[in-house]
Design a protein around this ligand. Structure first.
Ligand SMILES: Nc1ccn([C@@H]2O[C@H](COP(=O)(O)OP(=O)(O)OP(=O)(O)O)[C@@H](O)[C@H]2O)c(=O)n1
Ligand SMILES: C[C@](O)(CO)[C@H](O)COP(=O)(O)O
Length: 379
């Protein structure tokens, strides 16, 4: 079997997208864009290795976005896309290379098969699509229609034998061609075309991002989970609840910080993703969780959901106690839970009720809390 390396270029700055973070590290349906592109190629049975080229200063963003994926050492790219490809080619030893934009998250496996198969008959192969609109030259006024029948839209991945593409880039000197097919043709090498795919579109502008979000939303299913927790009052406080410290004459007993609200929400999230319960992930018998801040438990549940490409839509928690009064702390608890989960505050609801002095909460022996979480997971 040929060695086939996918080289994903992710060193751009995403100027046309206009976001604060370079687009390849922004989360698309809960997952960084570059991760979508890497996973789409890594899961192809004929691709034997994946390498990623990132921008100088993007190490931390890239490491976080690609955590757990086998992409070898990250490669540092350059100012132009062509510089990034050159840097990547220098790190690959031999075989076939598929150069692919991190900005193209959806790569149908059939396109990869068509590209690799076409390499038997040409020096390179690229996916193309016909042009469906009338084309013209012009600015504020049209200056002649262009015959579109011979024009093609070129996508990535683009497939080559490594030594051919290296040769072509050497011939090209230091120029900045917009893709590899241009470099190959300039060097007199033969590039075959294979059928591309409309889903292989590049996310260049905010409109493209919306389109990709809509495509992924249609592939997600909504799930709900419930959580419930109780802690007994103990000692003299302070009371930690909803991730904040509340001035109250009694605290709650527990192995960790006994945050009854965060525990119920954590269990609701784990339940929505069918990932067990908080005790399985953080056993009360384990000394490392003694006195631990429950922020960690909640964030861990969110990380597990995000690692599955999931999105947290909403959490709703009811605190059941006679005292303290939750109302004065509601906004702070909402804000803190939202901060831990990376949500907008209006995606977090904190409510409270008493049990009319009945039962253990009515006798002020402890606090109970129940929560519901709504998430979306890839279908
Ligand atoms: N110096 C560069 C420029 C671009 N790219 C990568 O090339 C692909 C296609 O580029 P484009 O969509 O134009 O991305 P950006 O250059 O980031 O966008 P913009 O031109 O809007 O800044 C992207 O995956 C981008 O990260 C790269 O690796 N190195
Ligand atoms: C490589 C490419 O995606 C092929 O269509 C395209 O040329 C990249 O152009 P950009 O201007 O760097 O987005």
């Amino acid at each position: 079997m040929d060695k086939v390396t996918a080289l994903i270029v992710a060193a751009g700055s995403g100027t046309r997208m206009g976001a604060d973070t370079p687009k390849q590290y922004r989360r698309l349906a809960g997952k960084p864009l570059v991760r979508h592109a890497v996973e789409a190629l890594a899961r192809h049975p004929r691709i034997t290795a994946v390498r990623v080229v990132i921008g100088a200063g993007q190490q931390e963003l890239a490491r976080e976005a690609l955590a757990g994926l086998d992409v070898g050492p990250l490669i540092t790219g350059g100012a132009e896309r062509a510089d990034s490809v050159r840097a990547g080619l220098a790190e690959i030893e031999d075989g076939i290379v598929l150069v692919h934009d991190a900005a193209r998250p959806f790569c149908p496996p059939e396109v990869v098969d068509r590209l690799i198969d076409a390499l038997g008959k040409a020096d390179g192969a690229v996916p193309v699509l016909p042009v469906a609109d009338t084309l013209a030259k012009g600015d504020s006024e049209l200056r002649g229609t262009v015959n579109r029948t011979q024009l093609l839209r070129i996508q990535t991945p683009q497939a080559f034998h490594l030594e051919d593409l290296r040769y072509a880039y050497d011939e090209a000197g230091t120029g900045a061609p917009t893709d590899e097919s241009t470099v190959m043709q300039h060097a007199g090498l033969k590039v075959a075309t294979v059928a591309g795919d409309e889903n292989l579109f590049k996310l260049t502008s905010p409109r493209d991002w919306e389109r990709a979000e809509m495509m992924l939303a249609a592939r997600m299913i909504s799930r709900s989970g419930s959580g419930f927790d109780v802690h007994a009052f103990e000692g003299t406080g302070p009371l930690i609840m909803g991730g904040i410290v509340i001035d109250h004459p009694q605290g709650l007993a527990g192995h960790s910080d006994a945050d009854v609200v965060l525990h119920a929400i954590t269990d609701a999230l784990l339940g929505a993703a069918a990932l067990g319960d908080i005790g399985q992930h953080f056993p009360p018998s384990d000394p490392q969780w003694k006195g631990a801040s429950s922020d960690r438990f909640l964030r861990h549940a969110a990380d597990l959901i995000e690692a599955r490409g999931g999105i947290i839509d909403h959490v709703d928690c009811t605190v059941i106690c006679e005292a303290p009064k939750v109302g004065p702390h509601r906004a702070a608890m909402q804000a803190r839970v939202a901060e831990i989960l990376g949500l907008r505050p209006d995606a977090v609801s904190i409510k409270a009720t008493t049990t009319e002095q009945l039962g253990f909460t009515g006798r002020r022996e402890g606090i109970a809390s129940s929560a519901i979480a709504t998430i979306r997971l890839p279908a």
